[in-house]
Design a binder for this molecule. Sequence first.
Ligand code: UTP
Length: 298
Amino acid sequence: MKRKVTKAVFPVAGLGTRFLPATKSVPKEIMTLVDKPLIQYAIDEARAAGITEFIFVTSRGKSALEDYFDNAPELEAELQRKGKTDLMNVLETTNMDSGAIAYIRQHKPMGLGHAVWCARRLVGDEPFAVILPDDVIAAEKPCLAQMVEAYEETGGCMVAAMRVPEEKASAYGILDAASDGIERKIPVKGMVEKPPLGEAPSNLAVIGRYILTPDVMNTLHRGKVGAGGEVQLTDAIAAEIMEGRPVHGYRFEGERFDCGSKAGFLQATVSFALSRSDLRDELAHFLNEIVPVARAAE
Ligand code: UTP
């Protein structure tokens, strides 16, 4: 019987250079989409998928993340005194049961694969999820929950996949699909990280949600450096295929925003704000006024 996926690794040790100077002192994952930090969206998605153990791979300068998930007794007492139960309920979502969350340090930013490997002792000998908080996915059924359901049928490793324009493929890990890729669960026969322009085996890109078997940790243990001089998670998953173990891409339902880039972050901000009844009208009115002005200035 397949083991249930109850642990998730959140690699948050990257430098976030695309958001400098903001990320000089504020972790990228604390940056806010409307009124929730990126990390809260990731945690909510993990919880909805049945995750009960949260493993953060952090680095120097990320202590704001640890504080975010801590209790805030003075703030809570003050809200209670003022009878602000709605805000108390909001705060509740940031609380973690004691022992449910663990922090591990990655001492040098040696790549996503290396960051995941840093969590090996906490992951142990069971399948686990990996969530990259800068990929935010708006979906009716949260992306990881969709994947966990699909994984119950496939087992093995599973990566979230999305079609991207051909000219953008060299920014992603790309799947070599063993089928025409129309179905949601796509068997994979190869994977390549950031292929040179024109050499991508498909237009199916890997997005920051994974379900991995502990075998992947053994490959990562070798510390083989790949594209960009970093230990690539894609390479370790590709090694699973070489060993004859199943790997599937999962074409999720939903809209993904690349919040690791400025344009993606801004798009997510507008989109999430427009989906909120308390903000929609005012923002739509503002956009209707400024968009024609911006067009005219082009
Ligand atoms: P990115 O490629 O977005 O890198 O990492 P980054 O450092 O966060 O941001 P930029 O490119 O400098 O702006 C993808 C994910 O992998 C994690 C990051 O924290 C992010 O969640 N990561 C990356 C690590 O945890 N460690 C690493 O060594 C590299």
